[in-house]
Design a binder for this molecule. Sequence first.
Ligand SMILES: [Zn+2]
Length: 336
Amino acid sequence: MPETMLAGRLDVRTRAFAVEEVPKPAPGPGEVLVRVAAAGICLSDVHLIEGQLSPLFLAGGAVTLGHEVAGTVAELGDGVTGWTEGQPVLLQAGEEKDGWVHTRGVDYDGGWAEYALATVGTLVPVPDGMPLEQACIVPDAVSTPWASIVRTAGVRAGQPVGVWGIGGLGAHAVQLLRLAGAAPIVAVDPVPAARERALAFGADLALDPADDVAARVRELTGGAGLAYAFDFAGVAPVREQAVRTLERDGALVLVGLTDQPLAIRNGTQFSYFGQRVLGHYGSEPGHVQELVSLVRHGRLDLSRSISGTLPLTEAARGVEMLARKEGDPIRLVITP
Ligand SMILES: [Zn+2]
């Protein structure tokens, strides 16, 4: 009898999700088998299950979900050196194959399982004292906003910024903008609890989108407006509101994803002021390493980021909680 394990599998043809017994994988050359301790539930997982998102490179019709994964080294494949059994690691959310980024838990099996395979180059050591529940969310939930701030926008200390949508990624964006020295930081969200969270995470002002956001921003910035307006919500009205808060040369940064068109109400004004729209997607391995270093050296505290943990058998329930924003979670984490 081959050894088996539990895994949360999505049939991408029917979009049926189930936790089932599958063969426990064995690491091939250059691979490491990781005993999963924690795996985040992301809105992309909801989108995969609901059918708005489809794998581009998946071989076969089913995949184990989970692209935010941390655990301990369980077994080394042939030729793997430099890692020891029991060592705590987090896994990069994807890797490049033939020039294309393949995403873990989308294009190949992810970490909603007792064990996950990883190419050795995607392992990142977790520093002493960093809980694996916090480590697992660094790729994506923390690294995507970080990359949007430091790479796509290139925010410098003292620049005024705004964040629309204070969910999992947006809350981290506020915290990371504070770390990057942005000032002031304006947060916009219709949910009162999300606005309170934004203030706790370092926003200077938290507004309801129903407020006169453009006027309040001008007031706070001495009439100038924002250097960067980050959209983490991915909805059309947010983008329209955010554009109207920009300063000359200011940029709207699109992090939230949507298949809806983007409208600029006054194109002449937008052009006259030399304003810009910047698309953003994901992060690079270096961003994850920077964030681990920031945690390790006491600059970044992710202890408030875990809203709850669930056993693997309750993965579907966790997905539902996130889809319905039950309890307004930052991150729910599966602990197989
Ligand atoms: Zn994600």
